[in-house]
Design a binder for this molecule. Structure first.
Ligand SMILES: C[S@@+](CC[C@H](N)C(=O)[O-])C[C@H]1O[C@@H](n2cnc3c(N)ncnc32)[C@H](O)[C@@H]1O
Length: 275
């Protein structure tokens, strides 16, 4: 599913300054359910199938082993029930339901003000569908991920909830969107997994309007011996863990003013405003 009006900010190549247009397909209430969008500039076609617009084609976008595990066929289906529903309880050491974190990131990203939002590395779409429900008629959200398995599940879960966000297969390090196309962005855990977090933040800044807000949830470097041992193991797969100063520095170097930083156990929530 992809909102037809958002095709104008889909710029998979720098020459796609007019965006994409729908070539053929099925739509319902302004949402493309299946079909093909095409670039008038390059003539290249991009399919909408399995619930998302595929702007990556044959490229995997994966940088490390951790990314590749998200391509396994059952990864999307298992992600939320097996991990995500309890992940912050485990990582913070306190009761931390998904609704609580959604409230925090939505506040940091300024979702209440409406507009067009981007969810970077959306996995099975927890933030994307939750924000779509908050927005209802006051804006739009696009969830992007490189994993087909995650995106297919994200679209299924959103549909089940009666929400119609847009989903696209896209690389957060090379965002296929117009400069200043979004009012806000959210990033839940993905900065820990991408190959180049600085690049993702710079790309996010590019696609945000001046004053646009970014909300990041992520995992800090452990403070205990056991925690550090565990993090060392996952680091081998490409996952990284941050110090608070590192997050502030990454945001600042990418052109964001840090606006809010809270830590709960090893989980942080950081807000940024695009300078
Ligand atoms: C920790 S999970 C994200 C969880 C999700 N945001 C949530 O709140 O449930 C990281 C996700 O980032 C995706 N990912 C990794 N590298 C990416 C990239 N370069 N561009 C887009 N998505 C990426 C992975 O496929 C994975 O689904």
């Amino acid at each position: 599913m992809f909102e037809k009006k958002l095709l104008q900010i889909a710029h998979p190549r720098p020459t796609d300054y007019e965006g994409l247009v729908l070539l053929e397909g099925m739509e319902e209430d302004g949402v493309i359910l299946s079909g093909r969008a095409v670039s008038p500039a390059s003539g290249e076609a991009y399919p909408v199938k399995d619930g998302y617009l595929d702007l990556l084609g044959r490229r995997s976008g994966a940088d490390n082993v951790a990314n590749l595990t998200n391509f396994l066929p059952g990864a999307g289906k298992g992600y939320e029930p097996l991990w995500r529903v309890r992940s912050l309880d485990i990582l913070t050491g306190e009761r931390f339901p998904n609704e609580r974190e959604v409230e925090i990131v939505s506040g940091l990203a300024g979702v209440e003000g409406g507009g067009v939002f981007l969810d970077l590395g959306c996995s099975a779409g927890l933030y994307t569908r939750s924000v779509a429900r908050i927005l209802r008629g006051r804006g739009s959200i696009v969830g992007i991920d490189i994993s087909p398995s995650m995106l297919k599940e994200a679209a299924r879960r959103a549909k089940r909830l009666g929400a119609s966000p847009s989903f696209a297969r896209a690389d957060a390090e090379n965002l296929p969107f117009a400069d200043e196309g979004f009012d806000g962005a959210l990033c839940g855990g993905s900065l820990n997994e991408v190959g180049d977090p600085g690049r993702v933040l710079r790309e996010t800044r590019r696609v945000l309007k001046p004053g646009g807000r970014l909300a990041v949830m992520g995992i800090l470097r452990a403070k205990t011996k056991n925690g550090l041992r565990l993090q060392k193991l996952t680091s081998a797969g490409g996952v990284r863990f941050f110090e608070e100063d590192e997050i502030r520095s990454l945001l600042s170097h990418a052109g964001f003013e840090t606006d809010g930083f809270r830590a709960f156990g090893s989980v942080f929530f950081a807000g940024g405003v695009r300078r």
